[in-house]
Design a protein around this ligand. Sequence first.
Ligand code: UD1
Ligand code: MG
Length: 450
Amino acid sequence: MQRAAVILAAGKGTRMQSETTKVLHKVGGRMMVDWSLNLADQLKCQKRILVIGTHSDDLRQVAMDRVGEAGIAVQDPPMGTGHAVQCAESVLRGFEGMVVILYADTPLLPVSAVEAAFEALEQGGDISVLGFDANEPGGYGRLICNDDGELLEIVEAKDASSEQLAVSFCNSGVMAVRSKELFELLGKVTNANAKGEYYLTDIVALGRERGLKAVAVKCSEEDVLGVNSRVQLAEAEQVFQSQKRKALMESGVTMTDPETVYFSFDTEIGRDVSIEPNVVFGPGVSVEEGVEIRAFCHLEGCRISSGSQIGPFARLRRGADLGKGVRVGNFVEVKNTRMDDGAKANHLAYLGDGKVGARSNIGAGTIFCNYDGYFKHATVLGEDVFVGSNSALVAPLTLGDSSFIGSGSVITDDVPEHALALGRGKQHIIDGWASAYHADMKQKKQNQDK
Ligand code: UD1
Ligand code: MG
């Protein structure tokens, strides 16, 4: 049976205290709305509908990029979760299959939990709801079940009796229903409740009145952690990080102090990579097997091939592309630069917008001067080039294979293969100059002190 996901994102997220719309905040380097869209993809939903409000042009733009006009439903004004789903009806016209309702502020929901909800429909259920045992049930809707585990109704905290409030089995908000029943039941929902809203949750009791079967499927509280505030955003981040660390260690990555290493949603790390403390992986990093990443490195948008050694204190930025057995040492920054196999930049350098051929050695203090204040230019080094310490390579520039740059040079013109280039003042020697200087100065000082 076909699947569709309706993702609710019309809320304002006032408690974030932010100019940025709530679901555009990031967890693990990815916007929360993208987590939900990705989940829908992984669930193989043929249709993905984002329900958005009218308060955020930024969210609208993101929605256009991700699902296009045909996947957007606008809810204006927001009148409750039931109303929000109803707004997706026209967009889903003609769709026959199972619909799952997701919240765009619940980034960590695993595929397996939602699969279980779909499965409950395939096994004879008409409505399935993901529920969890809440540590603090507080404002959550309560799942009221009979002794056979069948779901009778969902009662919102504000409408619940004290007996119902004592129930700790709570509604996550995730619900799967066949489209036909979903929209038929939503048509019957009223706003006669404490909040004066159209509750999606009311379709459970309405369904049962018509002889439909509702079931609650249990998931963990962590799975459905919702983000309403910055504190919860940080909580979600922590959960993501600890899950990712664990998954990577299980796949063969060594971390001396995993709690101090931060990953992104798409970080890829091969077997037998070792990572020392205090390393940050921004989005877009992939690391092949056997790489050693030493303490205090910051990496994003880069690729590191097998057997390389990075850091301590290295920074790899967007487009850093390291071949096998490359070394990037302390206080070296690499951006948009390919380093071929065995190339080395061991200390204090900036390599931007360049290419470093195999086995070339970049001395301490080398700078690729890539920017003239208006445009960026390329620095291209052949194989086996030796760049002496403290050299400024002024791009655009090409250094031929096996060329040699004398220390302290400012190199502005291309250097042919096998040549030596010196771009610095010539050294003069004046014999005895220092002793004559000191004798003269001492005499002057004595005269003055008299
Ligand atoms: C809802 C559930 C509650 C559940 C809780 C889990 C209902 C009536 N209640 O309550 O049972 O325990 O979530 O977190 O469904 N939204 C819209 N349009 C609206 C209202 C909400 O798009 O008009 C979106 C919000 O952006 C959010 C989601 O729906 O993503 C949930 O809305 P929220 O107001 O947080 O619902 P709760 O009161 O928390
Ligand atoms: Mg909520």
